[in-house]
Design a protein. Structure first.
Length: 154
């Protein structure tokens, strides 16, 4: 009986250690550098797909709002589709139409700058996406990066 109790206590103590370790993981440039190339491709692909799905949800909410709170039975007009896919929320969340390999290379390059090592992956993904899309000016990108660096080094 006492042996079972000791084993149970040991397992409980070790499980708490692994949970505490998982909670301490910081998903930044150090974490990124330790991952394999195949992991990076899978991560970026999954991240981009998930964010684009959330962007699509934002567009669907917009369409429903324009239709009295429910999605219309018929396809909305081109004007409504365009307006809802170009809302600030939908655009901010859209990671579609980017080459995944190029995106991974961009994140690798982003983290090669030692000043970016503490920046969380979600911010690196946003910055690299904005660079690839070429929709922001160099000044806007520099300001964005400065904000990310400042937040990461507090």
């Amino acid at each position: 009986m006492r042996a079972h109790l000791r084993i149970a206590l040991a397992i409980l103590a070790l499980s708490g250690t692994s949970v505490a370790h998982a909670q301490q993981t910081k998903y930044d440039g150090y974490w990124w550098a330790a991952e394999s190339e195949s992991f990076k491709l899978g991560f970026v692909s999954g991240y981009a797909m998930a964010m684009t799905s959330v962007s699509d949800d934002a567009a669907f909410r917009c369409i429903a709002t324009k239709n009295g709170g429910t999605l219309p039975e018929k396809v909305p007009s081109e004007e409504v589709l365009k307006a809802c896919s170009e809302t600030p929320e939908a655009v901010r969340l859209d990671y579609g139409h980017l080459r995944i390999g190029q995106f991974v290379e961009g994140v690798d390059q982003f983290y090669k700058d030692f000043r970016n090592s503490n920046i969380e992956i979600k911010h690196a993904m946003l910055y690299v996406r904005d660079e690839l899309r070429a929709t922001k000016t160099d000044k806007d990108l520099a300001d964005e990066l400065a904000r990310f660096r400042q937040a990461a080094n507090k």
